[in-house]
Design a protein. Structure first.
Length: 91
């Protein structure tokens, strides 16, 4: 019985680690990305999804740009946040 409990605890810990947010820092000050390597730009209407997209590009910092509203989607106008993605070597 004890071994089942330990196995369950281990599986829950692994599941929590796998579902954690990507390690992408969202910043608004362009000084925070000085000396970093630019990778690309991402856009989404949800910050969590924006971070996931930035992580997929290989970035660890996303410099937020002004929001823009675009026409489209099921409900008409949607607000999308854009960010320039960088890879920074922080020490």
């Amino acid at each position: 019985m004890r071994s089942r409990w330990i196995l369950s605890a281990c599986l829950l810990t692994l599941a929590a680690c796998a579902s954690s947010k990507p390690a992408v820092l969202l910043v608004e000050d362009d000084k925070r990305v000085q000396g970093c390597r630019p990778i690309g730009t991402v856009s989404d209407n949800e910050l969590d999804d924006l971070q996931k997209k930035a992580a997929k590009l290989g970035g660890n910092v996303a410099l937020m740009t002004p929001q823009r509203t675009t026409k489209g989607g099921f409900f008409g106008m949607q607000t999308y946040t854009t960010a320039d993605v960088y890879h920074c070597n922080y020490k």
